[in-house]
Design a protein around this ligand. Structure first.
Ligand code: FES
Ligand SMILES: [Fe+2]
Length: 398
């Protein structure tokens, strides 16, 4: 009779113990001035506010890690200035808006929307001899589609503001509707800032496989039941970014292609999640607030009577308890759940992540182009190319 030997020290599966420190890829996540991504981002126009909300009471804004104030002077011009007063640094948030600009509350220096110092009431002759030497840091702005757009990059590289074909052809009985709410990231109207890195939202746009899981089977049907069909997906380059086509054969026999785009620097064009047929009528922008917060702006072409996206089934995000969010998570929970900046060193990417991998690679290429002094994709200088074409939509074949 033989006796089986017993290994005193059986091999054990690795545990959480002794792991290397986790890291994230700073090249595609950090947005501050002087960082590779920050300089890339600063080559584009960004939506920073809803036009009609920019009035004569200054508002605080944080964009690409910079603290700013936005206001509209009494001549109607929007102004975007650094919040910290160029005199001794109090915030212009407490400033008073006048005909010509904003006056700091502390010593009354007056700045116009291009940062010129027009008045220094505590100085002889109101600072006439020296005030021209002072500039309050400022950024150019434009208004279109009901949004205020800012350019925060090198002045000599300022491009044209892109126009979008789907927003240009507003027909009779239609209008452009804008929102700065977090609804498109699983939040609601009462929450504008989403507390995680912008890339977690933008790359989610190239991840069609979370739709049948997170949005359809895991938490119940958040959009429509048809989204539960596992799609066949093809990812490819688009002119200024990338796109995927998700093919589905629906239970009723209809076949459809759903085309979704992610364009530089942070544009997301998602067709109707209710599967309304035809081209997408809305465009979203994932604005990095700083490294660990983002916010969304959306502009949509809608019927005149439209006054807000219909609520999804269930309760608004802000009304849900912590337990309800655990039981019925959505985009907010999934994206913020990845952490303030997702730890790329800990990922195990699979075949269904192909779009995410492609998007990161394309983004790195464009960041490198900027670092080498070139112009990234989607930055326009030729007026003949100012209108961007949008090929997204839900296209039914039968
Ligand atoms: S700190 Fe603004 S005027 Fe002095
Ligand atoms: Fe989603």
């Amino acid at each position: 009779m033989s006796t089986a030997t017993v290994d005193a020290k059986p091999a054990r599966r690795a545990t959480g113990y002794g792991r290397k420190p986790s890291t994230y890829d700073a090249t595609i996540t950090e947005v501050g001035a002087g960082t590779p991504l920050g300089e890339f981002m600063r080559r584009y126009w960004h939506p920073v506010a809803i036009s009609e909300k920019v009035q004569d009471v200054p508002q605080k804004l944080r964009v690409l890690g910079e603290d700013l104030v936005i206001f509209r002077d009494r001549k109607g011009r929007p102004g975007l200035l650094h919040a910290r007063c160029a005199h001794r640094g109090t915030t212009l948030y407490y400033g008073k808006v006048e005909d010509e600009g904003i006056r700091c509350c502390y010593h009354g220096w007056l700045f116009d929307v291009e940062g010129r110092c027009l008045d220094q009431p505590c100085e002889p002759d109101n600072g006439a001899r020296s005030r021209d030497r002072v500039t309050q840091p400022w950024y150019p702005v434009q208004e279109r589609y009901g949004l205020v757009w800012a350019y925060m990059g090198p002045p000599e590289k300022q491009p044209l503001l892109p126009y979008w074909d789907s927003l240009e052809k507003v027909g009779p009985g239609e209008k452009i509707w804008v929102t700065g709410s977090s609804f498109g990231a699983g939040g609601d109207d009462a929450h504008e800032i989403v507390p995680c890195n912008w890339l977690q939202d933008w790359e989610n746009i190239m991840d069609p496989f979370h739709i049948p899981i997170l949005h359809t089977s895991f938490s119940g049907v958040q959009f429509v039941p048809e989204m539960g069909v596992m799609p066949q997906v093809h990812w490819e380059h688009a002119e200024t970014g990338m796109q995927y086509t998700a093919y589905r054969k629906l239970d009723d026999g209809r076949e459809m292609d759903r085309v979704t785009l992610a364009l530089f620097p942070h544009v997301r064009i998602v067709p109707s999640v209710q599967l309304a047929p035809g081209p997408a009528t809305g465009i979203g922008f994932v604005l990095p607030v700083d490294d660990t917060n983002f916010r969304l702006f959306h502009a949509m072409r809608v019927p005149q009577g439209f006054n807000g996206i219909p609520r999804l089934p269930g309760r608004k995000w802000g009304e849900m308890s912590e337990e309800e969010r655990q039981r019925f998570p959505g985009d907010w929970e999934a994206q913020v759940g990845q952490g303030p900046i997702s730890l790329h060193s800990e990922e195990n990417l699979a075949g269904s992540d192909k779009g995410v991998v492609m998007l990161r690679r394309l983004l790195k290429q464009q960041i490198q182009i900027v670092a080498e002094g070139g112009d990234p994709l989607g930055v326009i200088y030729d007026p003949a190319k100012q209108v961007m074409k949008v090929g997204a939509g839900n296209f039914f074949k039968s």
